[in-house]
Design a protein around this ligand. Structure first.
Ligand SMILES: *Cc1c(COP(=O)(O)O)cnc(C)c1O
Length: 391
Protein backbone atom coordinates (compact mmCIF):
# COMPACT_ATOMS: atom_id res chain seq x y z
CA UNK A 1 0.00 0.00 0.00
CA UNK A 2 1.09 3.52 -0.59
CA UNK A 3 1.37 4.40 3.09
CA UNK A 4 4.80 6.03 2.73
CA UNK A 5 6.11 8.93 0.67
CA UNK A 6 9.35 7.14 -0.08
CA UNK A 7 12.53 8.52 -1.61
CA UNK A 8 13.55 6.64 -4.75
CA UNK A 9 16.64 5.17 -3.12
CA UNK A 10 17.45 1.61 -2.05
CA UNK A 11 20.32 0.66 0.22
CA UNK A 12 21.88 -2.77 0.16
CA UNK A 13 24.60 -2.43 2.78
CA UNK A 14 25.54 -0.42 5.85
CA UNK A 15 28.83 0.25 7.63
CA UNK A 16 28.97 2.36 10.79
CA UNK A 17 27.41 5.75 9.95
CA UNK A 18 27.19 4.97 6.22
CA UNK A 19 24.60 3.43 3.93
CA UNK A 20 25.54 2.11 0.51
CA UNK A 21 23.38 1.67 -2.61
CA UNK A 22 23.75 -1.17 -5.12
CA UNK A 23 26.01 0.92 -7.37
CA UNK A 24 28.30 1.69 -4.43
CA UNK A 25 27.19 5.27 -3.70
CA UNK A 26 27.72 6.10 -0.02
CA UNK A 27 25.35 8.19 2.10
CA UNK A 28 26.19 9.60 5.52
CA UNK A 29 23.35 8.44 7.74
CA UNK A 30 22.11 11.12 10.15
CA UNK A 31 18.62 9.61 10.26
CA UNK A 32 19.50 6.16 11.67
CA UNK A 33 16.27 4.63 10.37
CA UNK A 34 14.48 7.23 12.54
CA UNK A 35 16.54 6.94 15.72
CA UNK A 36 16.84 3.16 15.51
CA UNK A 37 20.41 2.23 14.49
CA UNK A 38 21.86 3.19 17.87
CA UNK A 39 25.26 1.64 17.16
CA UNK A 40 25.25 2.34 13.43
CA UNK A 41 25.10 -0.33 10.75
CA UNK A 42 26.75 -3.76 10.97
CA UNK A 43 28.14 -3.19 14.46
CA UNK A 44 30.29 -6.29 15.10
CA UNK A 45 28.85 -6.94 18.59
CA UNK A 46 25.27 -6.83 17.29
CA UNK A 47 26.02 -8.95 14.23
CA UNK A 48 27.77 -11.54 16.41
CA UNK A 49 24.91 -11.61 18.95
CA UNK A 50 22.24 -12.06 16.28
CA UNK A 51 24.20 -14.70 14.37
CA UNK A 52 24.96 -16.72 17.50
CA UNK A 53 21.32 -16.65 18.57
CA UNK A 54 20.15 -17.52 15.05
CA UNK A 55 22.16 -20.75 15.28
CA UNK A 56 20.50 -21.66 18.60
CA UNK A 57 16.82 -20.72 18.69
CA UNK A 58 14.54 -18.10 17.12
CA UNK A 59 11.13 -18.27 18.71
CA UNK A 60 9.23 -20.17 21.37
CA UNK A 61 6.37 -17.77 22.37
CA UNK A 62 5.62 -16.55 25.87
CA UNK A 63 4.14 -19.91 26.84
CA UNK A 64 7.62 -20.67 28.19
CA UNK A 65 10.36 -18.86 30.05
CA UNK A 66 12.76 -16.95 27.82
CA UNK A 67 16.14 -16.57 29.55
CA UNK A 68 17.13 -13.63 27.31
CA UNK A 69 14.03 -11.72 28.52
CA UNK A 70 15.01 -12.35 32.10
CA UNK A 71 18.51 -10.98 31.50
CA UNK A 72 17.38 -7.90 29.55
CA UNK A 73 14.60 -7.19 32.07
CA UNK A 74 17.05 -7.36 34.98
CA UNK A 75 19.35 -4.98 33.15
CA UNK A 76 16.57 -2.48 32.33
CA UNK A 77 15.33 -2.62 35.92
CA UNK A 78 18.83 -2.05 37.29
CA UNK A 79 19.45 0.85 34.90
CA UNK A 80 16.19 2.63 35.78
CA UNK A 81 15.64 1.72 39.41
CA UNK A 82 12.25 0.28 38.41
CA UNK A 83 11.17 -3.31 38.90
CA UNK A 84 9.19 -5.03 36.15
CA UNK A 85 9.37 -5.23 32.36
CA UNK A 86 6.88 -6.16 29.65
CA UNK A 87 8.33 -6.78 26.18
CA UNK A 88 6.68 -5.94 22.86
CA UNK A 89 7.66 -5.29 19.26
CA UNK A 90 7.29 -1.56 18.56
CA UNK A 91 6.88 1.90 20.02
CA UNK A 92 3.14 2.11 19.50
CA UNK A 93 2.74 -1.23 21.25
CA UNK A 94 4.93 -0.09 24.13
CA UNK A 95 2.74 2.99 24.63
CA UNK A 96 -0.47 0.97 24.28
CA UNK A 97 0.78 -1.35 27.00
CA UNK A 98 1.84 1.62 29.15
CA UNK A 99 -1.69 3.05 28.95
CA UNK A 100 -3.29 -0.31 29.74
CA UNK A 101 -0.96 -0.76 32.73
CA UNK A 102 -1.72 2.75 34.07
CA UNK A 103 -5.48 2.23 33.81
CA UNK A 104 -5.33 -1.23 35.29
CA UNK A 105 -3.21 0.01 38.19
CA UNK A 106 -5.91 2.60 39.01
CA UNK A 107 -8.59 -0.06 38.67
CA UNK A 108 -6.77 -2.40 41.03
CA UNK A 109 -6.45 0.44 43.55
CA UNK A 110 -10.22 0.78 43.56
CA UNK A 111 -10.33 3.87 41.34
CA UNK A 112 -11.97 2.57 38.15
CA UNK A 113 -13.03 6.11 37.15
CA UNK A 114 -9.37 7.12 36.87
CA UNK A 115 -8.94 6.48 33.14
CA UNK A 116 -7.85 9.70 31.40
CA UNK A 117 -4.38 9.91 29.89
CA UNK A 118 -3.11 13.50 29.72
CA UNK A 119 -0.87 14.03 26.70
CA UNK A 120 0.98 17.09 25.38
CA UNK A 121 0.42 19.25 22.35
CA UNK A 122 2.84 18.32 19.58
CA UNK A 123 3.10 14.76 20.92
CA UNK A 124 3.62 11.65 18.84
CA UNK A 125 2.92 8.25 20.40
CA UNK A 126 2.30 5.95 17.42
CA UNK A 127 -0.26 4.89 14.84
CA UNK A 128 -2.53 2.30 16.48
CA UNK A 129 -6.08 3.49 17.16
CA UNK A 130 -5.26 4.15 20.80
CA UNK A 131 -2.07 6.02 20.01
CA UNK A 132 -3.79 8.05 17.30
CA UNK A 133 -5.97 9.39 20.09
CA UNK A 134 -2.86 10.09 22.20
CA UNK A 135 -0.97 11.73 19.35
CA UNK A 136 -1.67 15.42 18.83
CA UNK A 137 -2.03 15.42 15.07
CA UNK A 138 -5.54 15.71 13.71
CA UNK A 139 -4.49 14.87 10.15
CA UNK A 140 -3.26 11.41 11.26
CA UNK A 141 -6.79 10.66 12.49
CA UNK A 142 -8.75 11.75 9.43
CA UNK A 143 -11.07 9.01 8.26
CA UNK A 144 -10.08 6.61 11.05
CA UNK A 145 -12.68 7.57 13.66
CA UNK A 146 -14.28 7.05 16.02
CA UNK A 147 -11.27 7.55 18.26
CA UNK A 148 -10.98 5.74 21.60
CA UNK A 149 -11.99 7.95 24.52
CA UNK A 150 -9.96 8.97 27.53
CA UNK A 151 -7.15 11.06 26.04
CA UNK A 152 -6.74 14.81 26.52
CA UNK A 153 -4.01 17.25 25.51
CA UNK A 154 -2.37 20.12 27.38
CA UNK A 155 0.24 22.59 26.15
CA UNK A 156 3.73 21.03 26.09
CA UNK A 157 6.01 22.64 28.66
CA UNK A 158 3.23 24.55 30.45
CA UNK A 159 2.80 23.44 34.06
CA UNK A 160 -0.16 25.70 34.78
CA UNK A 161 -2.10 24.16 31.90
CA UNK A 162 -1.15 20.70 33.12
CA UNK A 163 -2.17 21.36 36.71
CA UNK A 164 -5.48 22.86 35.59
CA UNK A 165 -6.30 19.63 33.73
CA UNK A 166 -5.47 17.33 36.69
CA UNK A 167 -8.13 15.66 38.79
CA UNK A 168 -9.40 12.33 40.10
CA UNK A 169 -10.14 11.21 36.53
CA UNK A 170 -6.46 11.28 35.43
CA UNK A 171 -4.76 7.88 35.37
CA UNK A 172 -1.49 9.13 33.95
CA UNK A 173 0.41 11.97 32.34
CA UNK A 174 2.12 10.64 29.21
CA UNK A 175 5.06 12.72 28.11
CA UNK A 176 8.01 12.61 25.71
CA UNK A 177 10.84 14.20 27.74
CA UNK A 178 12.18 15.50 24.41
CA UNK A 179 9.58 15.46 21.63
CA UNK A 180 10.84 13.78 18.47
CA UNK A 181 8.29 13.93 15.65
CA UNK A 182 6.93 17.18 17.11
CA UNK A 183 10.19 18.86 16.06
CA UNK A 184 13.01 17.88 18.45
CA UNK A 185 11.44 19.97 21.21
CA UNK A 186 13.06 19.96 24.64
CA UNK A 187 11.61 21.60 27.73
CA UNK A 188 12.93 23.06 30.95
CA UNK A 189 14.22 20.47 33.39
CA UNK A 190 11.78 22.07 35.84
CA UNK A 191 8.90 20.97 33.66
CA UNK A 192 9.40 17.24 34.22
CA UNK A 193 9.89 17.87 37.93
CA UNK A 194 6.59 19.76 37.89
CA UNK A 195 4.94 16.90 36.00
CA UNK A 196 6.19 14.49 38.66
CA UNK A 197 4.89 16.59 41.56
CA UNK A 198 1.52 17.24 39.89
CA UNK A 199 1.12 13.50 39.35
CA UNK A 200 2.01 12.77 42.98
CA UNK A 201 -0.29 15.47 44.29
CA UNK A 202 -3.30 14.27 42.26
CA UNK A 203 -2.65 10.53 42.63
CA UNK A 204 -1.76 9.93 38.96
CA UNK A 205 1.13 8.14 37.30
CA UNK A 206 3.86 9.45 34.99
CA UNK A 207 4.47 7.59 31.73
CA UNK A 208 7.69 8.62 29.98
CA UNK A 209 7.48 7.89 26.26
CA UNK A 210 11.20 7.35 25.66
CA UNK A 211 10.63 5.51 22.39
CA UNK A 212 12.69 8.08 20.49
CA UNK A 213 14.57 9.91 23.26
CA UNK A 214 15.72 6.78 25.10
CA UNK A 215 18.65 4.36 24.74
CA UNK A 216 21.35 7.00 24.91
CA UNK A 217 20.02 9.27 22.19
CA UNK A 218 20.00 12.43 24.30
CA UNK A 219 23.30 11.62 26.02
CA UNK A 220 21.90 9.81 29.03
CA UNK A 221 20.37 6.33 28.84
CA UNK A 222 16.94 7.98 29.17
CA UNK A 223 16.13 11.64 28.60
CA UNK A 224 14.13 11.98 31.84
CA UNK A 225 17.32 11.31 33.84
CA UNK A 226 18.50 14.88 33.31
CA UNK A 227 15.59 16.14 35.42
CA UNK A 228 16.29 13.79 38.33
CA UNK A 229 12.73 12.42 38.43
CA UNK A 230 11.72 8.78 38.15
CA UNK A 231 8.67 7.94 36.02
CA UNK A 232 6.30 5.13 37.08
CA UNK A 233 6.24 3.66 33.59
CA UNK A 234 8.78 3.99 30.75
CA UNK A 235 8.04 3.04 27.13
CA UNK A 236 11.04 2.08 25.01
CA UNK A 237 11.47 0.80 21.46
CA UNK A 238 13.28 2.36 18.46
CA UNK A 239 16.93 2.26 19.62
CA UNK A 240 16.61 -0.75 21.92
CA UNK A 241 17.26 -3.36 19.24
CA UNK A 242 19.68 -1.27 17.19
CA UNK A 243 17.60 -2.20 14.10
CA UNK A 244 15.86 -5.35 15.30
CA UNK A 245 12.16 -4.68 16.11
CA UNK A 246 11.72 -4.77 19.87
CA UNK A 247 10.00 -2.64 22.50
CA UNK A 248 9.70 -2.70 26.26
CA UNK A 249 7.68 -1.17 29.07
CA UNK A 250 9.46 -0.75 32.39
CA UNK A 251 7.38 -0.12 35.51
CA UNK A 252 7.54 0.08 39.28
CA UNK A 253 6.55 -2.98 41.24
CA UNK A 254 3.35 -1.39 42.55
CA UNK A 255 2.15 -0.54 39.04
CA UNK A 256 3.45 -3.67 37.34
CA UNK A 257 1.70 -5.91 39.87
CA UNK A 258 -1.63 -4.82 38.40
CA UNK A 259 -0.81 -6.96 35.37
CA UNK A 260 -1.60 -10.59 36.14
CA UNK A 261 -1.50 -13.60 33.77
CA UNK A 262 -3.87 -13.06 30.86
CA UNK A 263 -4.15 -9.25 31.14
CA UNK A 264 -1.86 -8.54 28.18
CA UNK A 265 0.37 -10.33 25.72
CA UNK A 266 1.86 -10.69 22.28
CA UNK A 267 2.94 -13.75 20.31
CA UNK A 268 6.27 -12.44 19.04
CA UNK A 269 7.17 -10.19 21.97
CA UNK A 270 10.63 -10.55 23.43
CA UNK A 271 11.65 -13.52 21.33
CA UNK A 272 15.18 -14.89 21.69
CA UNK A 273 16.49 -13.07 18.58
CA UNK A 274 15.19 -9.70 19.80
CA UNK A 275 16.54 -10.29 23.29
CA UNK A 276 20.01 -11.28 22.06
CA UNK A 277 20.31 -7.99 20.18
CA UNK A 278 18.78 -5.82 22.93
CA UNK A 279 21.18 -7.34 25.43
CA UNK A 280 24.12 -6.51 23.17
CA UNK A 281 22.92 -2.91 22.68
CA UNK A 282 22.57 -2.37 26.43
CA UNK A 283 25.99 -3.91 27.04
CA UNK A 284 27.65 -1.53 24.60
CA UNK A 285 25.87 1.50 26.08
CA UNK A 286 26.82 0.44 29.60
CA UNK A 287 30.54 0.36 28.79
CA UNK A 288 32.45 2.90 30.89
CA UNK A 289 32.69 6.26 29.14
CA UNK A 290 30.35 5.38 26.25
CA UNK A 291 27.59 7.86 27.09
CA UNK A 292 30.09 10.49 28.20
CA UNK A 293 31.66 10.28 24.74
CA UNK A 294 28.21 10.51 23.13
CA UNK A 295 27.62 13.75 25.07
CA UNK A 296 30.99 15.12 23.96
CA UNK A 297 30.38 14.41 20.25
CA UNK A 298 26.75 15.54 20.46
CA UNK A 299 27.99 18.88 21.82
CA UNK A 300 30.22 19.19 18.72
CA UNK A 301 27.19 18.69 16.48
CA UNK A 302 25.21 21.23 18.50
CA UNK A 303 28.06 23.79 18.32
CA UNK A 304 28.41 23.29 14.56
CA UNK A 305 24.68 23.79 14.02
CA UNK A 306 24.60 26.83 16.33
CA UNK A 307 27.46 28.38 14.36
CA UNK A 308 25.59 27.82 11.10
CA UNK A 309 22.46 29.30 12.68
CA UNK A 310 24.41 32.42 13.67
CA UNK A 311 25.68 32.83 10.12
CA UNK A 312 22.24 32.38 8.53
CA UNK A 313 19.64 33.95 10.80
CA UNK A 314 17.40 34.50 7.76
CA UNK A 315 17.19 30.75 7.20
CA UNK A 316 17.36 29.22 10.66
CA UNK A 317 15.10 30.26 13.50
CA UNK A 318 16.35 27.88 16.20
CA UNK A 319 18.61 24.94 17.02
CA UNK A 320 16.71 22.65 19.39
CA UNK A 321 16.59 19.23 20.97
CA UNK A 322 19.21 17.43 23.03
CA UNK A 323 22.18 15.15 22.39
CA UNK A 324 21.76 13.30 19.11
CA UNK A 325 18.05 14.10 18.99
CA UNK A 326 18.84 17.43 17.42
CA UNK A 327 16.65 19.67 15.32
CA UNK A 328 17.12 22.81 13.31
CA UNK A 329 13.95 24.82 12.91
CA UNK A 330 14.00 26.35 9.46
CA UNK A 331 12.86 29.96 9.18
CA UNK A 332 9.54 30.88 7.64
CA UNK A 333 9.79 31.15 3.88
CA UNK A 334 12.00 28.05 3.59
CA UNK A 335 10.83 24.45 3.65
CA UNK A 336 12.52 21.88 5.92
CA UNK A 337 11.27 19.03 3.73
CA UNK A 338 12.92 20.53 0.66
CA UNK A 339 16.19 20.95 2.58
CA UNK A 340 16.07 17.31 3.74
CA UNK A 341 15.54 16.26 0.09
CA UNK A 342 18.39 18.47 -1.16
CA UNK A 343 20.74 17.10 1.52
CA UNK A 344 19.77 13.60 0.42
CA UNK A 345 20.83 14.53 -3.11
CA UNK A 346 24.13 15.63 -1.53
CA UNK A 347 24.31 12.20 0.16
CA UNK A 348 23.43 13.19 3.68
CA UNK A 349 20.38 11.52 5.24
CA UNK A 350 18.33 13.43 7.83
CA UNK A 351 14.65 13.35 8.79
CA UNK A 352 12.02 16.08 8.70
CA UNK A 353 9.93 16.77 11.82
CA UNK A 354 7.08 19.01 12.96
CA UNK A 355 7.33 22.82 13.05
CA UNK A 356 9.42 22.98 9.85
CA UNK A 357 12.34 21.23 11.53
CA UNK A 358 15.25 19.26 10.06
CA UNK A 359 16.17 16.46 12.46
CA UNK A 360 19.70 15.08 12.90
CA UNK A 361 19.52 11.59 14.42
CA UNK A 362 22.95 10.10 13.77
CA UNK A 363 24.02 6.74 15.15
CA UNK A 364 25.52 7.26 18.60
CA UNK A 365 28.88 6.08 17.23
CA UNK A 366 29.21 8.87 14.62
CA UNK A 367 32.78 10.25 14.49
CA UNK A 368 33.94 13.86 14.80
CA UNK A 369 34.91 13.93 11.12
CA UNK A 370 31.51 12.64 10.09
CA UNK A 371 29.83 15.29 12.25
CA UNK A 372 31.89 18.00 10.52
CA UNK A 373 30.99 16.58 7.14
CA UNK A 374 27.27 16.53 7.99
CA UNK A 375 27.44 20.14 9.17
CA UNK A 376 29.26 21.21 5.98
CA UNK A 377 26.67 19.56 3.72
CA UNK A 378 23.90 21.14 5.77
CA UNK A 379 25.34 24.63 5.45
CA UNK A 380 26.01 24.28 1.71
CA UNK A 381 22.47 23.02 1.15
CA UNK A 382 20.97 25.72 3.32
CA UNK A 383 22.76 28.48 1.44
CA UNK A 384 21.56 27.07 -1.90
CA UNK A 385 17.95 26.68 -0.72
CA UNK A 386 15.40 28.71 -2.64
CA UNK A 387 12.75 30.60 -0.69
CA UNK A 388 9.23 29.26 -1.11
CA UNK A 389 6.96 31.28 -3.37
CA UNK A 390 4.36 33.35 -1.56
CA UNK A 391 0.96 31.84 -2.10
C1 LIG B 1 8.33 6.47 16.74
C2 LIG B 1 7.64 6.79 18.02
C3 LIG B 1 6.56 6.02 18.47
C4 LIG B 1 5.98 4.90 17.66
O1 LIG B 1 6.88 3.86 17.48
P1 LIG B 1 6.60 2.74 16.34
O2 LIG B 1 7.69 1.75 16.57
O3 LIG B 1 6.68 3.43 15.02
O4 LIG B 1 5.26 2.19 16.60
C5 LIG B 1 6.01 6.34 19.70
N1 LIG B 1 6.47 7.35 20.43
C6 LIG B 1 7.52 8.11 20.04
C7 LIG B 1 8.01 9.21 20.91
C8 LIG B 1 8.11 7.87 18.80
O5 LIG B 1 9.11 8.65 18.39
Amino acid sequence: MKTYGRADLAFVRGEGSWLVTEDGTRYLDCASGIAVNTLGHSHPALVAALKAQADQLWHTSNLYRIPGQERVAKKLAALTGLDQVYFCNSGAEANEAAVKIARRAAFEKGEPERTTILCATGSFHGRTLGMLAATDKQSNRTGFGPMPEGFAHVTFGNLNALRAAMGPHVAAIMIEPVQGEGGARDTHEDYLRGVRSAADEFGSLVIADEVQSGIGRTGTLFAYEASGIRPDIIAVAKGLGGGFPVGAVIASEEVGNAMTPGTHGSTFAGNPLAMAVAEAVLEELSKPGFLEDVRRRAALLCDALETIATRHPDRISEVRGRGFLRGVRIAEGFDAGAIVAAMRDARLLTAPAGENTVRFLPPLIISEDEIKRAADIFETTLVAAQPEMDT
